[in-house]
Design a protein around this ligand. Structure first.
Ligand code: PLP
Length: 467
């Protein structure tokens, strides 16, 4: 053993020297890890021993602080992408959060029927809301839309075949591939048409009585086909299915509860798809619904009933917190209070207001920097995607604070913002950091974001509270 190794402190000594506000387990764990690293470094390069010894306390303190902080933690979203899948998609409405608290803090009617005093069904909580909002006979909710599609296929098509257009054999982020889900659900995939063109006759010719269980339409959520393209709309598919006696299912991806017109794009409401005669429709809870992660299924009572009774339904069911948030979010639509859903509130902010907020943030950063940092800040209009595998290529107008530093490349500034406490996500465009005001809440969060920026640029205290 090199003699210098003996000069390294013992684990408990180092742990005890760290700030006692950090729980002891993390101080010990961090000290152990940092000492292990130091030993390895000294063995590799004995001449570095003094430097290793010197950096030990700071390295251990930083490692302990990291261990003590929640790993799943809030982030300031400065990307402008409202439904950012990596950042948790839709923020919840205040009433949804309140209902989660109320239900999760104590006991609830999760599976208790207050009229009979007997066991109730957790499925029952959405029994009147989903039909009222979509016009469907029945509805249910599971863990996410991927689970909804899987449950539908396993229930309605196991051991038989499902006809899908080649243009709709899509992969959604996180490796949700329609052919794979089909296989796991036990259904046989029958591809029809070509990548760019599928006609109604392609479906009609592929139907085999007794063998064909389902005609499936999949929303091409995250890409757009242009040019020499032909696709069959769910309504036409529904008519064919009715004629042939084969149920029709639509995986709507996002699913909106009112017809959405945004920057030239049109997204039909779930109600319109149901009215067109589609037998089963599935959609996400945390995309254009603006609620918690969930998968919603609406459609024919007999088909939904069969899905509820399938053993997979038990494995894919929602927990009480998600159910509480989902019911509260759906009630906002039912009561015409959708502007209380953060998704729609963010999207409705006029660019003029966002510009004003960007200027206010610039002033805050300049003030917090106090002349330090060599930062160049400007404000401009921009366009940003809505995100969440919804409305591909639809860019909605917004405003950004453009940040350049005389001493720091944009990539380094982005990394410093990411490593900050709290972490802040931004876009890097043309060698500058873009902070989009659309996804940053006014007031508190806006002030927090300004401080994060000032710190990352090198001004302001690095450990001060965010005000
Ligand atoms: C997003 C999406 C899914 C997956 O939904 P999750 O709720 O993320 O599981 C499935 N199908 C389509 C068409 C989608 O857009």
């Amino acid at each position: 053993m090199p003699a210098v190794l003996r000069r390294l402190p013992q684990v408990h000594r180092l742990a005890d020297s760290l700030p006692h506000g950090i729980p002891a387990v993390y101080r010990v764990q961090a000290s152990q890890a940092v000492l292990d690293q130091a030993r390895a470094a000294v063995r590799r390069a004995p001449s570095e021993a003094a430097a290793e010894l010197e950096r030990l306390p700071a390295a251990a303190a930083a490692a302990a602080a990291r261990l003590a902080a929640p790993h799943l933690a809030p982030v300031i979203n400065g990307t402008g992408v409202i439904l950012h899948t990596n950042l948790g998609r839709a923020p919840l409405a205040e009433v949804a959060l309140a209902q989660v608290q109320a239900v999760a803090r104590g006991y609830s009617t999760l599976e208790w029927d207050t009229e009979t005093g007997r066991r109730g069904s957790r499925m029952s909580h959405l029994d009147t809301l989903l039909p009222a909002l979509t016009g469907a006979e029945a509805g249910m909710a599971v863990n996410n839309n991927a689970a909804a599609v899987l449950l539908a296929l396993a229930t309605l098509a196991a051991g038989r075949s499902v006809i899908v257009s080649r243009g709709q054999l899509v992969e959604i982020g996180g490796a949700f591939r329609i052919p794979d889900v089909m296989r796991v659900g036990g259904a046989r995939l029958v591809e029809v048409g070509t990548t760019n063109k599928t006609r109604l006759s392609d479906y009609a010719n592929a139907i085999e009585p007794g063998e064909t269980a389902l005609l499936l339409h999949v929303h091409p959520s995250n890409f757009r086909q242009t040019g020499f393209v032909e696709n069959v709309e769910p309504a036409a598919l529904a008519a064919l299915g009715r004629e042939a006696g084969v149920p029709v299912m639509a995986d709507l991806g996002s699913g909106v509860l009112f017809p959405l017109e945004l920057a030239g794009a049109h997204e039909p409401a779930v109600r319109d798809v149901v009215a067109a005669g589609v037998d089963v429709s599935t959609f996400s809870g945390d995309k254009l619904l603006g609620g918690p992660q969930a998968g919603l299924v609406v459609g024919r009572r007999d088909l939904i009933g069969a899905m509820r009774r399938h053993p997979l339904a038990r494995a894919l069911r929602l927990d009480k917190m998600t159910l509480a948030a989902l019911e509260a979010t759906l009630r906002l639509y039912r009561e015409g209070r959708q502007e209380e859903i953060p998704l729609w509130r963010m999207l409705a902010q006029p660019p003029e207001l966002l510009l004003q907020r960007a200027r206010r943030m610039r002033a805050r950063v300049v003030r917090a920097l106090g002349g330090a940092g060599g930062a160049m800040l400007s404000v401009q209009r921009a366009d940003a995607p809505v995100g969440g595998g919804s409305l591909p290529e639809v860019l909605a107008p917004t405003a950004v604070l453009v940040v350049r530093s005389a001493v720091m490349p944009a990539e380094r500034l982005e990394a410093r913002l990411r490593a900050g406490q709290p972490s802040m996500a931004v876009r890097v465009v043309d060698g500058a950091v873009w902070v989009d005001l659309r996804t940053i809440a006014p007031d508190g969060e806006e002030r927090g974001a300004a401080l994060c920026l000032a710190r990352a640029l090198g001004g302001g205290r690095s450990d001060g509270p965010l005000g």
